[in-house]
Each structure stands twice: as C-alpha cells, then as structure tokens.
Design a protein around this ligand. Structure first.
Ligand SMILES: [Zn+2]
Length: 66
C-alpha cells in the first residue's frame, strides 16, 4: 500500500542554515553543497530534530549476577 521511503541521512549546515539530505549509505558531505562551508560546520540531524535522543541511555541493564 504505502511505499517505504528511501532512508536519508540529514545534515544541518550551521553556516547557511540549510538541511542537506544524503542517501543512506553515502558518506557525510565534506562541505556544504549550498555555501561550501567546511564539514565541521555540518552537523548530523536525526529523526525528531535537534534533540539528542536516539543515543539515550539504553545500556542500563540492572541485572545482578550472583
Ligand atoms: Zn551551508
């Protein structure tokens, strides 16, 4: 019914404020295709926007080994 969208990575250029979309699997762009800013100005965007959510603390396993 609904097609599965091609996953894309999103990067945000803090220099020009644009969002750069890159097909999943492609490397992070070395520079902004819009303004040519250095890649250090480009930050990864994850689902849900700017929050740092996806790498939360899921490693917390309260398993006690006796
Ligand atoms: Zn830019």
């Amino acid at each position: 019914m609904s097609e599965v969208p091609i996953p894309k990575k999103r990067f945000y250029c803090t220099n020009c404020g644009r969002v750069i979309e890159v097909p999943f699997g492609a490397p992070k762009p070395h520079q902004c295709p819009y303004c040519g800013a250095h890649h250090t100005m480009i930050h990864r965007l994850d689902r849900g926007g700017f929050g740092r959510g996806w790498r939360g603390g899921r490693n917390i396993n309260l398993q006690k080994t006796t």
